[in-house]
Design a binder for this molecule. Structure first.
Ligand SMILES: [Zn+2]
Ligand SMILES: [Zn+2]
Length: 265
């Protein structure tokens, strides 16, 4: 199966993108060159209607992310564009988007594991591998029930932690199956994020091997989940990492039918 979409692309509008070349026009050119038929822009977002944004999120509101519309050229080079967002989930039902705003976007990605955002997404007291694992499982289940997510961004990738093997070892196959069966039932897409598979980049470490992060995706496929691809590019060049996912597609044995219908062009 060829990779023909990427629905997790940040432009210069995201505060953590420092690449002035990360524009719609440049991404479209790259997409066309590499055979992509669809790009979904998913800048970081917190809805001003929801209280309790962090200082980092506050400026990244709806008006801000929708500035992207002014950048879309008349001729999109035959590449379909979707305008979505990557919002935030802080636990206890606190999510950075309202239903009204979600309905105005083409798609909504919700992460469960921006655990590097200490004091906002993760309480400082949660540091042990077992507690981190439990947090991700609970948040995954909670996000599904919000009825807001098109897809879960980089599921079970504990950002900010390097001991990924150990953290994921605390989640049993049955726990993963419980999570993914519900996602399949609700049609919430599981993200295949190019940054989450170190083996594809020759970047496995003693504490993080591909097989740890591949296990949940094998189980997700068994449970009948739908998937989408994501470069999570924050710079123009970074989008090319998407194509390292061909290795993961082969490992998982993915076909067109496994792809979220929104992403099939
Ligand atoms: Zn993210
Ligand atoms: Zn992202």
């Amino acid at each position: 199966m060829k990779i023909e979409h990427d629905i997790h692309v940040h432009t210069h509008l995201s505060s953590c993108s420092s690449d002035p070349k990360a524009t719609v026009e440049n991404y479209l050119k790259l997409a066309k060159d590499r055979g992509l038929k669809l790009i979904g822009f998913a800048n970081h977002f917190w809805d001003s209607n929801v209280p309790g944004a962090s200082e980092w999120y506050k400026p990244q509101n709806f008006d801000h992310i929708m500035k992207i519309k002014d950048e879309i050229p008349q001729d999109t080079l035959g590449v379909k564009i979707l305008i979505g967002c990557e919002t935030e989930y802080c636990g206890n039902g606190k999510v950075g988007i309202t239903k009204e705003v979600a309905d105005q976007l083409d798609f909504v990605l919700i992460p469960i594991s921006h655990l590097h955002m200490e004091g906002f997404v993760r309480d400082e007291s949660i540091t042990s591998p077992k507690d981190v694992a439990k947090l991700m499982v609970n948040r995954f289940k909670e996000v599904l029930e919000l009825d807001l997510a098109t897809g879960i961004a980089h599921p079970f990738m504990p950002l900010g932690f390097i001991n990924v093997d150990e953290i994921l070892s605390h989640i049993s196959d049955d726990e993963f199956r419980e999570c993914f069966s519900r996602a399949a039932e609700l049609g919430v897409s599981i993200e295949l994020n190019a940054g989450c598979f170190p083996g594809n980049h020759g970047k496995e470490t003693d504490l993080f091997h591909d097989e740890s992060i591949i296990r949940p995706f094998i189980l997700a496929k068994e449970c009948g989940c739908l998937f989408h691809f994501a470069s999570d590019a924050h710079s123009l060049d970074h989008m090319k990492s998407l194509f390292t996912m061909e290795r993961t597609i082969n490992i998982l044995g993915l076909t067109e039918e496994d792809i979220l219908p929104l992403c099939r062009v």
